[in-house]
Design a protein around this ligand. Structure first.
Ligand code: AMP
Length: 171
């Protein structure tokens, strides 16, 4: 995991003073690190019967769609409000910086689905908790949540206590 961490860049005071932004673009630029990260994200879930990977806009799309490809399942995007063209299920929540919402198409998942949720980073856990709620509103089950980076001191994991959580790099 040290090799992965060496490809994450910390940008102080972005997008607001006091935020240490973890920039994963050097990691995804590097082919070996990108493959390693995706393989490590899905590794604990290889024995699970999954029907889809769910990823949050926008960096969750990078890791989530590659994970779906590797697992041989489909990819379900969770998007910021107003972006999805068909009927949606919605949720709003607080971020480490600001507040926002997420939407999913109402026919994206149902009771027959069991999914892996993937994002680049868990900070306060608000995004992931809202995503899990959205997935469960559609009736689907959650096999677990996987993140490249976890900001331990924000205790995001506590908001996801009922789910299996897997993270690659801790700060
Ligand atoms: P949270 O809901 O607080 O867990 O925030 C998680 C979401 O916000 C993820 O989609 C991250 O991409 C983004 N995010 C929050 N804090 C940071 C940070 N310090 N560096 C990079 N991305 C962040």
């Amino acid at each position: 995991m040290d090799r992965l961490e060496a490809h994450i860049r910390t940008i102080p005071n972005f997008p607001k003073p006091g935020i240490q932004f973890k920039d994963i673009t050097p990691l995804v630029k590097n082919p070996a690190m990108l493959r390693l990260a995706v393989h490590q994200l899905i590794h604990p879930f290889l024995g699970e019967k999954l029907t889809a990977v769910v990823g949050m806009e926008a960096r969750g799309f990078i890791f989530g769609s590659l994970a779906a490809w590797e697992l041989g399942v489909g990819f379900i995007p969770l998007r910021k409000p107003g972006k999805l063209p068909y009927d949606v299920q919605s949720i709003s929540y607080d971020l480490e910086y600001g507040s926002t919402g997420l939407e999913v198409h109402i026919d994206a998942l149902d009771v027959n689905d069991r999914v892996l949720l993937i994002d680049d980073l868990i900070a306060t856990g608000g995004t992931a908790a809202a995503s899990c709620e959205l997935i469960e509103k559609l009736g689907a089950g959650i096999a677990g949540c996987a993140f490249v980076v976890e900001l331990d001191e924000l205790k995001g994991r506590d908001k996801l206590a009922k789910y299996r959580i897997h993270t690659l790099i801790h700060y």
